[in-house]
Design a protein. Structure first.
Length: 175
């Protein structure tokens, strides 16, 4: 055992100590980061300042005008109070990675559907799509939207409190 224990029994139940409002707030922040496509910089920044989260919570007064563009005052105070807890940064990182995985799956599916569709089109249409951008054809919008929404439904299955999915692997018997 080291001088500073990294994972105490208290940290293992950390996600259970968040209220539903706090979890929703972490999800909102994580979704904003993924929407802005800032996943990698956010993860790097959060990992590098993880040991300083308490000091960061105390300096949030300085950043209040910037933070309030994302959150209202109630949410701002909630974030400040959550940052005083050691496990908040890790919980936020897990939520960012979770929502980034969903976004990546959606993007891969869209690119696959786009590629399949463009294969059936003329060279001139493909060239035009490359120049001015691709737009989902009206007759395929509903089908593509249903496929992308299926990813959301699949990922919305029950999750563990740390932001990862529960898996059913290992429950079967082997012969």
């Amino acid at each position: 055992m080291g001088f500073f224990p990294l994972h105490s029994a208290e940290d293992k139940n950390a996600a259970d100590r968040y209220s539903d409002d706090e979890k929703a707030l972490l999800d909102k922040l994580a979704k904003k980061v993924v929407h802005w496509k800032m996943t990698a910089p956010a993860i790097m920044a959060l990992e590098s300042v993880k040991p300083l989260n308490y000091i960061g919570s105390q300096t949030m007064v300085f950043f209040e005008p910037i933070i309030q563009t994302i959150f209202n005052l109630k949410d701002y105070d909630s974030v400040r109070l959550m940052l005083e807890r050691r496990e908040t940064i890790e919980m936020l990182l897990l939520r960012i990675e979770f929502f980034d995985a969903i976004a990546m799956r959606k993007e891969k599916l869209f690119n696959k559907l786009k590629k399949e569709y463009l294969r059936t089109q003329t060279t001139g249409f493909r060239f035009k799509s490359a120049l001015i951008g691709f737009r989902v054809p009206k007759h395929l919008e509903a089908d593509w939207k249903a496929k992308v929404d299926a990813i959301d439904a699949e990922m919305a299955e029950p999750q563990q409190t740390d932001g990862t999915q529960k898996s059913d692997t290992g429950t079967g018997t082997s012969s």
